[in-house]
Design a protein around this ligand. Structure first.
Ligand code: 0L1
Ligand code: MG
Length: 262
């Protein structure tokens, strides 16, 4: 690690204040060009600890940058992970207040809910399918705290991978009975199709994303506990939204999720 504990705490507070006040900031590596990936996750974990200490509840984990397109765009080979808290959840068919956010974008994802612990290293797709209770459609709202979404990998890890809101909906499916590679997703904004994709966009199969998360957590002596809700990464590109927009995501065989930005 390159940063001392005081700097980690200050940067965590800086990024969390940006989130709470919906006020964008410049990427933190501008002022701390030497920070490393350990520092970046330490800042993210400090944000999580601060939220827990205020009584907010942990709601799940997410993988980000899981599509080849996003990885190429960022010039990276490895996805990243973050977390969600209870206050970020919104109901299917509900509303999301735009004035609480900076410049939100939506992305449809497949979420997994585990029924037994998953541990790396060496976790693979078979382990994931055996340990999954069900999969369910999800919509993530990403809202980078960085001005114009301009960041590098370390800055975005520290910023909890742009997590801001999420919605689960549709209906649950058994991942052992679905072909999760060819599962199609259609994203509509105000009734018009704005993006389409197949779930293979997520590391070839969304279960690979869960396996990768278990293996990344193992490097930190952590695991995925039974009962964890995990979003596996965007099936389509992220689509920017504004006040008044209605979003609908259709998941082949698993129903749809809708939400309105007000
Ligand atoms: O969930 C994601 O894939 C987003 C990761 C962070 C990068 C971004 O904000 O686009
Ligand atoms: Mg995402």
């Amino acid at each position: 690690m390159k940063l001392d504990d005081k700097t980690i705490q200050n940067l965590a507070s800086h990024l969390e204040q940006a989130e709470i006040n919906a006020q964008d900031v410049v990427k933190i590596t501008d002022a701390h060009p030497d920070m490393d990936f350990e520092d970046a996750y330490a800042i993210q974990y400090a944000i999580r600890k601060a939220k827990l200490s205020r009584g907010q509840k942990f709601a799940g984990l997410k993988m980000g940058l899981t599509s080849r397109a996003k990885m190429t765009q960022m010039g990276v080979e490895t996805p990243i992970f973050g977390f969600m808290m209870d206050y970020m959840a919104r109901g299917d068919g509900g509303e999301i207040r735009i004035d609480e956010l900076i410049h939100p974008k939506v992305e449809p994802e497949i979420a997994f809910v585990t029924k037994s612990d998953l541990r790396g290293p060496g976790c693979h797709i078979g382990d994931v399918l055996a340990a999954t209770d069900f999969v369910v459609p999800a919509m993530e709202v990403i809202d980078s705290r960085y001005r114009d979404f301009k960041f590098d990998l370390k800055s975005v890890i520290a910023d909890n991978t742009s997590s801001s809101r999420f919605v689960a909906g549709g209906h649950a499916g058994n991942p052992r009975e679905l072909d999760l590679r060819t599962l199609g997703v259609v994203l509509e904004k105000n009734g018009e199709v704005v993006a389409t994709g197949a779930a293979a966009a997520v590391l070839g199969h969304p279960a690979n994303s869960i396996a990768m998360l278990a293996n990344m957590l193992a490097e930190r002596d952590e695991h995925i506990p039974a009962g964890t809700f995990i979003m596996t990464g965007a099936v389509t590109e992220a689509v920017a939204v504004q006040k008044g927009d209605s979003i609908n995501a259709r998941f082949q065989g698993l129903g749809s999720i809708s939400v309105r930005f007000v």
